[in-house]
Design a protein around this ligand. Structure first.
Ligand code: MG
Ligand code: MG
Ligand code: MG
Length: 305
């Protein structure tokens, strides 16, 4: 029986590449593992897969009765609906501990560092397994993506060290240039619908008895949103209604200016204002220095609920 490895819903590059890199490691260790995904991949992830000639993992949204490893999440809200009927063999993650529980012992590699693929690199080292050149290149890209080319406050010395090691294996000299190339691909909004943009990197969280949706779009220049901000707000309202959510927040992150424009649709804006000690104007505010949802947004929202 094969074991399936996958990341969170609305998968980002870390979730997709993490499934691929962990599956390769596990297969080398004699386990029969298949990387999968819970949804469509982003243009950034497609760019990485094309560059290193790798296949898109198969789509799998139901896992009842299966053995699974989770990468890049441990929240039920980001899992397949029938996750509680699967056997979770392990979790590799770098987020807050979520609300998934297990009936059987499991392998856990959870650390407060910049990227799941950094942890997976350490797993390769721990097991003394060589990383193939193309997988090293993809892992490097995932780390550059998650750490916003080392600018994110989530980035640690371990992440930068691991990127250097992976760059050697992948024979990539200017990895920062590769990171910029990737973020330019990520910045493209032309032709995308409002829904594609609001959900491109979108996660839902249970907080107290409320549910919140928090999306993020990381771009090299915020002016790409000038003409579509109203469409984004309209779609955030729809997302909120469809999901019965208390609030939908979208971070428009400028990776060059190193901050985020926060857009808010909420039953109670004052909760968001007290979370970030700010006053919203037209349901938005510039948050200087804010790049990370997991470290600079979620921990401040949670106590409000
Ligand atoms: Mg992720
Ligand atoms: Mg990640
Ligand atoms: Mg991210």
């Amino acid at each position: 029986m094969s074991t399936y490895i996958f990341g969170h819903t609305n998968p980002d590059s870390d979730s997709i590449i993490g499934a691929i890199s962990l599956a390769y490691l596990k297969n080398q260790l004699g386990e029969d593992c298949i990387p999968t995904r819970q949804g469509n991949i982003s243009a950034e992830t497609q760019f990485i897969l094309d560059k290193f000639r790798a296949d898109v993992p198969e789509l799998k949204t139901s896992v009842a009765g299966e053995n699974v490893y989770l990468v890049d999440f441990s929240d039920k809200a980001q899992a397949p609906k029938d996750i509680m009927q699967a056997t979770i063999l392990g979790i590799v993650d770098h987020h807050k501990l979520g609300d998934l529980t297990t009936d059987t012992p499991l392998e856990c590699w959870i650390r407060p560092i910049g990227c799941t693929n950094t942890i997976i690199k350490e797993m390769y080292d721990y097991h003394n397994i060589e990383i193939p050149k193309n997988i090293a290149g993809m892992m490097l890209c995932a780390i550059l993506s998650d750490t916003v080319i080392f600018k994110s406050p989530t980035c640690t010395k371990i992440d930068t060290k691991v990127v250097k090691e992976l760059a050697k294996i992948a024979e990539i000299e200017d990895y920062k240039a590769l990171g910029m190339e990737m973020f330019i691909v990520k910045s493209a909004v032309a032709g995308a619908t409002a829904r594609e943009l609001t959900t491109r990197d979108y996660k839902e969280f249970e907080m107290g008895s409320s549910k919140l949706g928090v999306g993020q779009l990381e771009v090299v220049d915020l002016s790409v949103f000038d003409n579509i901000k109203n469409d984004l707000f309209e779609d955030m309202k729809k997302l909120k209604e469809e999901g019965g959510l208390h609030s939908v927040l979208i971070l428009l992150t400028d990776i060059m200016k190193e901050g985020s424009q926060l857009l808010v649709v909420s039953d109670d804006e004052s909760k968001i204002e007290s979370a970030f000690e700010c006053k919203l104007e037209n349901s938005q505010i510039w948050l200087d220095g804010v790049l990370s949802r997991k470290k600079q947004i979620i921990p401040f929202l949670q106590p409000q609920f």
